[in-house]
Ligand binder design. Sequence first.
Ligand code: SF4
Ligand code: SF4
Length: 63
Amino acid sequence: MALVTIDACQGCGACLRTCPTHAITPIAGGLTVRADRCTGCLECLEICPVDAIRVVEPSEGAR
Ligand code: SF4
Ligand code: SF4
């Protein structure tokens, strides 16, 4: 499950290098997060200098 989404990416590549599961993949015009690889560790969110990465849903169904 993809837990993050990328909006205003500046293309610095930091998240690509940081993601432990290589879930972040370049596509035409930006980046995408592969749902089958993202573990929700949020390391990409921490590393992004422009806060382009957002959590799209909680990892658990807890409520
Ligand atoms: S949350 Fe973790 S696993 Fe998912 S894309 Fe970001 S760095 Fe990769
Ligand atoms: S760290 Fe942020 S600005 Fe850099 S490539 Fe990833 S999403 Fe884009």
